[in-house]
Write a protein that binds this ligand. Sequence first.
Ligand code: ZN
Length: 86
Amino acid sequence: MAYSSPRCGGPVQRGRNAAAGFAGGLAGALIFAAFGSFQCRGCGKIPMNEFPAEVRNKARLGSLAMVGGALLLIVLVIVLQVFMRS
Ligand SMILES: [Zn+2]
């Protein structure tokens, strides 16, 4: 999913946080990315409220999907560990 910057029209990415990734692994990084602000290569961090409402709604849906994916990943890891112990 790609969004464009409301300031310059350039491409923006979801923010990444190394600390969150370290603490929670891939799932933590995913959850942080889902709720973090967007990052534009040209103008830096852009808060969600600078985006038009329809983009915010789409991004929120994307965030829910990302969190759902992260939860699924956690469940999968737990299931795998249970299987490996038995
Ligand atoms: Zn920009």
